[in-house]
Design a protein around this ligand. Structure first.
Ligand code: AHM
Ligand code: MG
Length: 334
């Protein structure tokens, strides 16, 4: 398990954010309000996720709503909850969501007061809900780029400029993992009290673990270096673990080590995952925990300057040594 410092006193996410404000002069009240919006909305999403199969089944029979509309899909519900919570917070200039391929620019007020842009994938891996599997919410916070006039353009900053990133895993517990650039902290939702309680501070990813996480069904379509890596890892006795929900796969790797990959495939030459909603926030978390995140040899994910807010990127992230093993094979095959 991860080399984390265990918390000794009882600290909620809210109290943690207040504590951090004193250590982090950049963090204004605005920033704290945004994190509290993420906290309340992910608690609401967690409550919906817990009822997902019931709402589907019961909803299909009798519970069309008063307007006679069909029960909404959970990813749409999650998206609405986040947009509503974040839209009301004063520090938020722009909100962009992965949902429906389209960015939802909720607000593009250029008032100097609104400093932050929040990007999120409201319910990543939502097809897992059909089998009661784990899903997650991923978010990334950027400072608004004052020089650009179009809202989309002010979002096109490299991941290294993120001021915060995190995810919420709706698994057997609901887990909130957060970085504001001062390491990685972890909170678990206590359903009895409705509060996220800090369970670990300063998480460190183990430097190595013989475990890889990739959709091996696509193997024949991977570039040669990835295929070489997989053959090598199998000779070395590596384990394979793949949930198919990035939040769950990355969470396991953050705690136990290993490497997560979404390589280019024949169908998807840039891989499947989105730079701004998935790769960047996960890369920041993994680097903050002492791991590595690359899209190709010598190319850190966090250095990529995006030209489209929905662009996709190959992803290799996890324990430093395990990422090195992949990159060495990719470089040798190039
Ligand atoms: P989504 O944003 O449409 O849910 O897709 C992202 C998900 C990730 O959570 C996961 O890592 C990946 O898709 C799995 O893809 P695949 O089924 O191709 O292995
Ligand atoms: Mg996604």
């Amino acid at each position: 398990t991860a080399h984390a410092q265990r918390s000794t006193d009882i600290v909620t996410l809210q109290a943690h954010i207040l504590q951090q404000q004193t250590r982090y002069p950049e963090a204004s009240g605005q920033f704290s309000w945004i994190l509290s919006a993420l906290s309340i909305s992910t608690k609401m999403i967690a409550a919906h996720v817990r009822r997902a199969r019931l709402d589907d089944v019961l909803g299909a029979v009798g519970s069309q709503n008063v307007q006679g509309e069909q029960q909404q899909k959970l990813d749409v519900i999650a998206n609405d909850i986040l947009l509503r919570a974040l839209g009301g917070r004063e520090g938020v200039a722009i909100v962009a969501s992965e949902e429906n391929e389209q960015p939802i620019i909720l607000r593009s007020d250029d008032s100097e007061q609104r400093k932050y842009c929040v990007l999120f994938d409201p319910l990543d891996g939502s097809s897992n809900l059909d089998v009661c599997g784990a899903v997650g919410t991923i978010f990334s916070i950027l400072r608004k780029d004052r020089r650009s006039t179009r809202p989309e353009a002010s979002l096109l900053q490299c991941g290294a400029k993120q001021v915060a990133a995190g995810y919420v895993l709706y698994g057997s517990s609901t887990v909130f993992v957060l970085t504001i650039g001062l390491g990685v902290d972890m909170f678990v939702l206590d359903p009895a009290y409705g509060a996220f309680i800090r369970v670990a501070e300063g998480l460190r990813i183990p430097p190595a673990n013989k475990s890889y996480s990739v959709n091996e069904g696509n193997r024949l379509g991977f570039p040669q270096g990835y295929r070489d890596y997989l053959s090598w890892a199998q000779e070395q006795g590596y384990s394979s673990r793949y949930v198919g929900a990035m939040v769950a796969d990355v969470h396991r790797i953050l705690l136990q080590g290993g490497v997560f990959m979404y390589p280019p495939t024949r169908k998807a030459p840039d891989g499947k995952l989105r730079l701004m909603y998935e790769a960047n926030p996960m890369a920041m978390l993994i680097e903050q925990a002492g791991g590595k995140a690359y899209c190709a040899p010598g190319q850190r994910i966090l250095d990529i300057v995006p030209d489209d807010i929905h662009q996709r990127v190959p992803v290799v992230l996890g324990s430093a040594q395990e990422v090195d093993h992949v990159m060495n094979r990719l470089a040798a095959a190039a």
